[in-house]
Design a protein around this ligand. Structure first.
Ligand code: SF4
Length: 394
């Protein structure tokens, strides 16, 4: 059905303005404003495919109920459009997965589902449309291999993120499989201390409650470790955590013990890496007054793009064009706030310098379609040059 939905997808998510900005060397000029757009931004190959498959599924099974297990990607605009297409979300109030059967179609999102959820839906006879991204499958392959070879997977990720929960569940496919999820360098340091010196097992388990496989025992399960990561984490942090764990293993078992006790495999996806590299290049190449980063507040890769920018200049992470309320008001997610969609938005006044040349950097996370990016460009253009907001998206 790919060709049948191509026109619909283009109409829903493409932007002529963004196409033009690309042609114009990723620059948009309007009056006193120049916007520099990152050279890699927005929909990644995995998200593109997942959204495409969702539209195809709706067409392919016209008389049947079509469900998503939850958000297909972390973008409210895209999820709402799918709801408008008649696709139901099992995460919505009143929906239940346990009553589904052979007549129902269930779309699995780009970041995958847990082994348990997959088995449950299969046993109920549902038709499954699996959009799990190949880069996520690559992580799973490594985690399964670690488990098979007797290594605990230390996963750099967010323990509540769907992808990390799905990845962790893969470790349990093998009877002796184990996992431990670490969020950041600070948590990795605790793990490294335990590897080097041992420690208080109960305190360790209290610290990592909910982030370790059932029955996890740091004495037994930190002896042979393999590193993996959620595909959308900050690449530099993932690499550093891998090096930290490797160094701890070397300290404990000597360089000659590294092979037997440590495995590492960079599982950041290429789309995430390209977007992070592109925003760093943008910051290096242009003198900017501020950065605008567009993407869902629970989108891991968007939050990490915002983190990179916020180290260099004022950065506003916005979920959608409506967050640009006026030249004097912007709603945004404070950089570094917890990854949730609820109650974290803040408002900043006088975010846009009122006079003189204005140079704005712009990028968008992997779940943000071009029509949203285009509308953000249009709105910043209006505000910079003194017009009020209107709400056209296209
Ligand atoms: S961010 Fe990477 S792993 Fe996730 S869907 Fe996109 S390409 Fe796939």
């Amino acid at each position: 059905m790919k060709e049948a939905v191509a026109g619909e997808l283009a109409e829903a998510y493409d932007s002529r303005l963004v196409d033009q900005v690309r042609v114009d060397d990723y620059r948009y000029v309007s009056g006193r404003l120049v916007i520099h757009l990152a050279r890699e931004f927005g929909f990644c190959y995995g998200v593109d495919r997942a959204v495409d498959y969702a539209y195809q599924a709706r067409r392919r099974f016209p008389g049947r109920n079509v469900f998503l297990t939850g958000e297909i990607i972390h973008n409210p605009h895209v999820n709402d459009r799918l709801r408008a297409e008649g696709i139901r979300f099992l995460s919505d109030p009143g929906e239940r997965a346990d009553t589904l059967g052979a007549d129902d179609v269930v779309i699995l999102p780009a970041f995958g589902v847990t082994v348990g959820d997959m088995a449950q839906l299969s046993s109920q006879g549902c038709t499954l449309v699996d959009t799990t991204c190949g880069s996520v499958l690559n992580v799973w392959k490594n985690v399964i291999r670690y488990a098979r070879e007797g290594f605990t997977s230390v996963i750099h990720g967010k323990v509540k993120h769907e992808e990390t929960r799905a990845t962790a569940s893969q470790a349990l496919k093998h009877p002796n499989g184990r996992y431990l999820v670490v969020l950041d360098r600070a948590e990795a340091s605790i793990v490294c201390d335990y590897i080097r010196h041992g420690g208080d097992r109960d305190a360790f388990m209290a610290r990592f409650a909910g982030a370790a496989s059932p029955g996890f025992d740091p004495e037994r399960d930190l002896v042979r470790v393999g590193c993996a990561n959620q595909t959308t984490m900050l690449m530099t942090e993932s690499l550093e955590i891998g090096e930290m764990v490797g160094a701890a293993i070397r300290d404990r078992y000597g360089a000659e013990g590294l092979e037997e006790h440590f495995r590492a495999f960079d599982t950041i996806c290429s789309a995430t890496q390209e977007r992070q590299d592109a925003v760093i290049a943008l910051l290096d190449d242009h003198l900017l007054d501020l950065m605008v980063v567009v993407g869902g507040y629970n989108s891991s890769n968007t939050c990490n793009l915002a983190r990179i920018c916020a180290e260099r200049l004022p950065t506003f992470h916005i979920a959608e064009p409506g967050c640009l309320v006026s030249p004097g008001e912007i709603r945004h997610r404070p950089v570094g706030a917890p990854s949730t969609t609820v109650g974290i938005e803040t408002t900043t006044r006088n975010w846009l310098p009122g006079t003189g040349p204005l140079r704005v950097g712009l990028t968008a996370g992997a779940s943000t379609p071009n029509n949203i990016v285009g509308e953000v460009i249009r709105r910043i253009g209006m505000f910079a040059n003194g017009a009020a907001a209107s709400s056209e998206i296209g």
